[in-house]
Design a protein around this ligand. Sequence first.
Ligand code: ASP
Length: 321
Amino acid sequence: MQVGTGKIVVLGTGGTIAGTATEAGDNIGYTAGQVGIGQLLEAIPGLEQAAGGRIEAEQIAQIDSKDMEFAVWRQLSHRCAQLLADPDVRGVVVTHGTDTLEETAWFLDSVLAADRPVVLACAMRPASAMVPDGPQNLLDAVVLAATPGARGVMTVVAGTIHTARHVQKVHPYKVDAFSSGEAGPLGWVEEGTVRLASGWPAPSVPKPGALRHVADTFVWPRVEVLTSHVGADGRIVDLMVREGVDGIVVAATGNGTLHHALGSALERAHASGVEVRVATRCALGRVLPKPGDTLPHSEGLSPVKARITLLLELLARARQR
Ligand code: ASP
């Protein structure tokens, strides 16, 4: 087992990994965020050893991640930053629900200078399941966080390591529910050892002041995600503009194409000062910009991640005013 120096701190936020059902055979009719983080850790043999002997737990939140809120992100990012600034901390593990894991991962990657590992751990089966996947995922996350050289925001699910940039939940039920798409996984955790596909990702470089902007913000900008589809007449865009939306990310068809009526509505919104980003609704690939494009694209980010990047841009802009 590879072990670095310093302690591992596990921050609990809830999710299915901490979920319970009334019957052990029930894998879907459970309540997320029920078991305390201390109790989750106690149930995993060999965890302390995987952490190099020192592991601590803190409960940040206890929620189903479908209900993740900016207030929890503020608290979580603040605590992660404090821990990353502590030379006695080897790495941070965050237990989280699977539903919005990729959003929290991308948010943390965007605001933290993670020169050490921040690993999100999750599960597709509740803690009370006959065969829960949480204990192995959590043990693997601790192994990853304790591995010398590890850095950046990552997750490890069903033995596969994904970076914050590429990770996406791709299945609503399977235990191996995440993918890095065309980028492929960063690596694997196998019997307590990390095997990398190539190397560690370059350390993330957050925009200056990003963390402070998050800490200082109590009312976030309003950025919505919508989809181009058959019969997308764009009326929803006009409604959003009337409601005071600050930004819109559109999950476009194919290579950033939009139903003409939706496209016109988004052009009108853009001209009136609403920020618009064009992502693709395709599961793989990215929008390739072409001459004559009038709306900015999402620079390869999925719609939900493009929304986070736009939110942070708008926050920074509001703070500079
Ligand atoms: N709804 C749960 C959550 O995101 C699903 C999970 O964790 O698998 O918290």
